[in-house]
Design a binder for this molecule. Sequence first.
Ligand SMILES: CC(C)(COP(=O)(O)OP(=O)(O)OC[C@H]1O[C@@H](n2cnc3c(N)ncnc32)[C@H](O)[C@@H]1OP(=O)(O)O)[C@@H](O)C(=O)NCCC(=O)NCCS
Length: 177
Amino acid sequence: MFMEGDKRPRWGEARLEEARFREAERRDIPALVALESATFEFHCIDRRHFLRLLESQSVYCLVLESNEGLLGYALVFLRRGKSRARLYSIAIDPRLRGQGAGTLLLRKLMLELAHFGQRRLSLEVRTADEAARRFYDRLGFRPLDSLPGYYDDGADAMRLVTELPERVRASEQAVAS
Ligand SMILES: CC(C)(COP(=O)(O)OP(=O)(O)OC[C@H]1O[C@@H](n2cnc3c(N)ncnc32)[C@H](O)[C@@H]1OP(=O)(O)O)[C@@H](O)C(=O)NCCC(=O)NCCS
C-alpha cells in the first residue's frame, strides 16, 4: 500500500536507471511509430518514412531504451561535406518527460556527432513552444535565423544552433594523428 512519504520511483525513474543508448535498427520501427503518434498530433513519421530514413546514409538515429522498450529517440541528418548536422526529430515517451531523459539523449547525441567529426548541430523549433526552447537553451542552443511561416499550419519557427563539444574532437584528432 502507498504510504505518505514513500520514496517509490515515478514511472520513468526506474526505467531511466536501466536505460542505455544504441543506434536505431529496422526492428525498432513499430516502437518508433508508436512514440511518434503518442507525441505529435500532425506530421508523424510513419512506418514507411522511418524505413526510408533508417536506410539513408545521411541519417543517424539514436535510441534510448530500457529492458521494457524504447524510451525515446533522436534523429539527425548528416550532410556530405558539411560539418553542421541537423536535428530532424526528437521525442521522449510522454510518461517519462520532464525527468532528464531528453537532456541525456541530446547530450549523448552531441558527443556521438562530435565523434563523427561534426562541428555544429542545428534544429528548427516552433517560436511559440517556450518549453522546447527552454530545453534547447539549457543545452547551449542559440538562435541562428527566424523562419516566418515555416510550418504547414503557418506557425513561425526559429533555427537554433550549438557548437559540438570541442574536447571530443581534439581527443579524436590526437588519436588519429
Ligand atoms: C522536448 C523533449 C524531447 C524533452 O525531453 P524531456 O525528457 O521531457 O526533457 P528533460 O526532462 O531533459 O528536460 C525538461 C525540459 O524539457 C522541456 N520540455 C519541452 N517539452 C516538454 C514536455 N512535453 N514535458 C516536459 N518537459 C518538456 C522543458 O523545458 C523542461 O524544462 P522545465 O521543466 O524547466 O520546463 C520531450 O519533452 C518531448 O518528447 N516532447 C514532445 C516532442 C517535442 O516537443 N519535441 C521537440 C520539438 S522541437
